[in-house]
Design a protein around this ligand. Structure first.
Ligand code: SF4
Length: 178
């Protein structure tokens, strides 16, 4: 069992704009999200962190629903121009860093969470998936939330949160299942 009180005290010291515990059954898994991965994302079929490597939508859903609890964490940052993809993506590593810090908090309590985070994995210059090789850092890489067909917007709405907080505000989310 996680000592949630202790965890929350530690979470409150991290640069998160919010965190929420919820049950994975509250998540909406959407064929539409998977379709967007397949039809519109340039990362499709290029990484262990993306479809089809992460498995079918059904497999991903069952994986997530196999956990009893989930922690949603979010970070927020203002950029000069959100349409500047380079500037927006430059804010991502800080979110990934916080996500890994939260993972360490779970590890300190003897739990290894299953993590979904942002975008695709960029730990290696060329993903081993492209060469038919196993992932080089499976313990470090986090598939993105959307790769598992999760529509995060209904979840945020049910928690009274916004997806967008303003014109040039970037919000990043991670899910930690445990
Ligand atoms: S750690 Fe490397 S091999 Fe594994 S998913 Fe990321 S880029 Fe691909």
């Amino acid at each position: 069992m996680i000592d949630r009180e202790k965890l929350e005290e530690q979470l409150s010291q991290l640069p998160l704009y919010m965190y929420h515990f919820f049950e994975p059954a509250q998540l909406e898994f959407s064929d539409r999200i998977r379709y967007i991965c397949t039809a519109e994302c340039p990362m499709y079929n290029t990484s262990w962190a993306c479809p089809p490597a992460v498995g079918t939508l059904e497999t991903c859903k069952n994986r997530c629903l196999g956990y009893r609890n989930c922690l949603l964490i979010g970070t927020i940052v203002e950029v000069r121009d959100i349409a500047d993809i380079g500037e927006t993506l430059a804010t991502r590593p800080a979110h990934e860093d916080v996500t890994n810090q939260v993972r360490e908090l779970f590890r300190q309590q003897g739990k290894e969470p299953y993590i979904l985070s942002t975008e695709s994995c960029h730990l290696c210059e060329r993903c081993a998936w492209m060469d038919g090789q196993p992932c080089r850092f499976p313990e470090k890489m986090h598939p993105c939330v959307e790769s598992h067909g999760i529509n995060v917007i209904p979840l945020l709405e049910s928690l009274g949160l916004e997806f967008q907080y303003g014109e040039n505000i970037v919000t990043w989310y991670s899910l930690l299942f445990y």
